[in-house]
Design a protein around this ligand. Structure first.
Ligand SMILES: [Zn+2]
Ligand SMILES: [Zn+2]
Length: 557
């Protein structure tokens, strides 16, 4: 393998999450020693039929795993932690993270049957030496999951502030505020580069406070008559506490429904984050409590087909039924791309007479984002005053928006990376010097394949263009033996639904008539000629390019 990194230098290489939301996977290289930050999943959209999860590609790191000193996880969100269970075996390094994150990670590893992962728990404000080249300080930041940290990565070439996900919530319900004083000190010491969260770089103002959500939910609950079902991201323990407080004020008991909510709240209990919160009632107790005394917290805020909310909305959840006059509150935002599935859930609820409240339907604050908006990013850049800003964690438009904002904030140098950009970090000026190949992987029925795998391309093609399969047997004079068998998927004919097979059969017979016996005496070559004639015919008559396969058998009789 070509040696990309010089021995006595410091580099940053985003390997996932810098062109898409999700699949965050970042690499720092110092004196040819490697440090990985985060290893998360992405959620697949319509481009990947049959696929739910995407993973970053660990090949580059795995090929150099003898140089890999460790992996740091900034926080317990799926887009930062979710791929560890799938990819750790290929990297086999120690993992450093905070207590809550470690707790969630252990539960996920156990669920996937991955054993032997060395996890080191690091307290917030603590610094850990990793390998010979890195010292990493965990700095508390507020975010929508407990124990989130920004990382100060210290090397002999200078310091990088890797922000992780953060906001400037002035009154978080759980955990500490983002530590302004510490960030100012870090700025005093000098920062080579700020590698930061771009999610909300297009949104003006501030993200708001979880304390206001607690008040907003309490006010919203007062408007509700029957059962209240509320959906949110399972990892948002602060929100769960806000819901519990609002429910308590309204004299309602809380039940949580969905596996990930149980897993996350279990991890929060273990860390003491649920102290003082009234116990949740069990699934069995739900039916004994009057509707107006009940709040159900459900997974599935993104309309996920198998999650609790979608099942309740379809009426196929065994434990929970919603009736006319009940209310579903979406205490969440739609991740771009999920609007259609969320809409399906809303339509099902609406058809059953259930009231729906989303953040835009009410003046009460029922959701705030965990990511920094423009005024928060500006504040951070003013505290830290980095030599260089490298926007990550977003699609290209969010990265570009943070870049433009950094320019307004008079930052000297701004580098917008792609996944795979090799950025040389130096006090005299950082620059993109090279590129490593990187791609997404897809989890397909528990097998991991490239997201560009031909099976996924074929599924996409089938979805939009249908398929034709023909099979025929010829003798050695190229005369047809028996009938041509034709199957089509998703094709209709102009005249009637079942005439397409007859038309395709005629097309094949014409092709056979025109075959030159002398030069084509090969099954594959005959199949190719029939296939290209069929494709041409279907495209001309139906305007589609279906996936076409033809099997020809030559019988020597
Ligand atoms: Zn994230
Ligand atoms: Zn996050």
């Amino acid at each position: 393998m070509r040696n990309i990194f010089k021995d006595n230098e410091f580099y940053f290489v985003p390997l996932g999450g810098s062109e898409e939301f999700g699949a965050n996977f970042n690499l720092y290289v110092c004196d040819d020693e490697y440090l990985v930050i985060d290893c998360g999943i992405g959620f697949a959209d319509d481009r990947y039929p049959g696929i739910d999860l995407l993973l970053p590609d660990p090949s580059f790191v795995a090929a150099n795993k003898d140089k890999l000193a460790g992996m740091v996880i900034t926080h317990a969100h799926e887009d930062h932690i979710g791929a560890v269970a799938y990819l750790w075996e290929r990297m086999q390094c120690p993992i450093y993270t905070t207590e809550f994150t470690a707790n969630v990670l252990r539960k996920k590893l156990k669920q996937e049957g991955v054993e032997g992962v060395p996890i080191h728990i690091i307290g917030q404000d603590e610094t850990v030496e990793i390998g010979n080249s890195f010292a990493v300080e965990f700095i508390p930041v507020s975010h929508s999951v407990p124990d989130s940290s920004a990382l100060l990565i210290q090397t002999k070439y200078g310091n990088v502030l890797h922000s992780g996900d953060w906001n400037l919530d002035p009154a978080p319900v759980i955990g500490r505020k983002t530590d302004e004083a510490r960030f100012r000190e870090i700025g005093e010491q000098g920062v080579l580069a700020y590698v930061g969260d771009s999610t909300n770089a297009q949104v003006n103002g501030f993200s708001g406070s979880e304390a206001d959500v607690a008040k907003g939910l309490a006010a919203e609950f007062k408007n509700c008559k029957g059962k209240i079902a509320i959906t949110m991201f399972a990892s948002n323990i602060g929100r769960l506490v806000s819901i519990a407080k609002a429910a308590n004020e309204a004299g309602r008991s809380v039940a949580i429904i969905g596996r990930s909510l149980h897993r996350m709240s279990g991890a929060a209990y273990d860390c003491g984050y649920m102290d003082g919160v009234a116990d949740f009632i069990s699934d069995d107790e739900i039916s004994y409590i009057a509707d107006e005394n009940l709040v159900l917290v459900l997974t599935g805020s993104q309309g996920e087909h198998r999650a609790a909310l979608a099942r309740v909305a379809r009426g196929d959840h065994r434990g929970v039924k919603l009736n006319r006059g009940d209310t579903v509150i979406f205490s969440s935002r739609a991740i771009p791309g999920n609007e259609r599935t969320i809409n399906t859930v809303k339509n099902n609820l609406s058809a059953g007479g259930v009231n729906i409240v989303t953040p835009s339907d009410t003046k009460n604050i029922i959701h705030v984002s965990g990511h920094p908006c423009r005024d928060e990013i500006s504040a951070m850049l003013q505290w830290v005053r980095p030599n260089c800003v490298i926007p990550v964690h977003g699609e290209r438009q969010q990265l570009d928006a943070q870049a433009a904002l950094a320019k307004e904030c008079q930052v000297n140098q701004i580098l917008v990376p792609r996944n795979g950009s090799v950025i040389h970090l130096a006090s005299g000026g950082s620059e993109i010097v090279d590129h490593v190949e990187t791609a997404l992987l897809a989890v397909d029925q528990r097998r991991i394949i490239p997201a560009t795998h031909q099976s996924i391309t074929a599924r996409r093609k089938l979805q939009y263009s249908g398929a034709v399969h023909a099979s025929l047997v010829l003798d050695d004079d190229l005369r047809l033996l028996g009938k041509i068998k034709i199957d089509t998927v998703g094709l209709t004919c102009k005249r009637s639904d079942d005439c397409i097979a007859a038309e395709l059969e005629n097309n094949i017979l014409e092709t056979l008539d025109n075959l030159d016996v002398d030069i084509t005496f090969n099954e594959d070559e005959i199949a190719r000629k029939i296939m290209s004639a069929l494709r041409k015919y279907v495209q001309e008559t139906l305007g589609l390019r279906p996936k076409t396969t033809v099997h020809v058998t030559l019988l020597d009789i």
